[in-house]
Ligand binder design. Sequence first.
Ligand code: AMP
Ligand code: MG
Length: 349
Amino acid sequence: MNTTVVTVDKEHPDAKVMEEAGRVLKEGGLVAFPTETVYGLGGDGLNPDSSRKIYQAKGRPSDNPLIIHIADMESLDKIVKAIPLKARKMAEAFWPGPLTMIFEKSSVVPYETTGGLESVAVRMPSHPVAAALIRAGGGYVAAPSANTSGRPSPTRASHVREDLEGKIDMIIDGGSVGIGLESTIVDFTEDEPVILRPGYINQEMMEDVIGQVKVDRGLLITDENVRPKAPGMKYRHYAPQASLTIVEGKAEDTIAYINTQCAKLKAEGKGAGVIATDETRGSYQAAVVKSIGTRRDEEGIARHLFGILREFDEEKVDAIFSESFDTPKMGQAIMNRLLKAAGHHIIRL
Ligand code: AMP
Ligand code: MG
């Protein structure tokens, strides 16, 4: 398949391009597009064939449901059975934005889109290109992250091209994304709202709006046998080709530990890489040292994480060590992704 790649202005995407992209979606094709979180791989969420194509292009297991993206509140009524009051308040506070909510689905939503579930995940993105595409494409765009299943989510169009060029109809290049980690997912199908995936919108921000919000037990426990509630969270994800180990501890202890490990690997003729920060990058003796940014800017750390994991796949290293980033606001989201990338391999000093 020939994949058309078009570049648009992030704030004011060309109307003709968006119209064409919308036509592709309405005809059952697939279009990758930027959102404020990561790049999405869009298809018509109400068309079962489109959803099947999404799974195929990504190599994604078909029991891992897709998020339907909408552009206005009116669109929500058609795809859900009911909107709980707390969910409505959350929508008022955080939509459009990086928040996904789970509802009981209505009959118009095909099981192909929900991975066979009776519930549906819905998000209203704030990115102007995403909003324009949803409107042009009929109002309901099913879109998982636009990466090959298992690889880090794409934060720029070149990442999408690496994974999906030749497999989808179109890629809309709107530059780098703002947040860099996928949306927060909150389940509203139980009595109490539950966070299924941490993201930029954190527990405290939500509790300020609706009171108590629980966190899915499967997210907190690093035991592979406790199943997370969001089907996608059980899959190994984001993993670079080299083995990844997270090292948690005081800066000087972390540096000493990682340098010792790197020296051992070097003696065995193996190359090591380090995910460092601007503050520590000069202290490592490893073949490849990459800074994820400064610790003073946790949003920057979040934005660079997936890109840096992809960059390591270009390097000839056998093992990667990463510092730990338990930062105040986005720490839970950052560490959730990093732990998955590391297959939960963490050394606590
Ligand atoms: P992605 O689109 O790649 O960001 O992945 C979407 C995530 O949303 C996956 O982890 C899914 O398991 C989760 N998800 C989507 N729909 C539902 C649902 N109905 N119930 C629970 N989790 C869902
Ligand atoms: Mg994904």
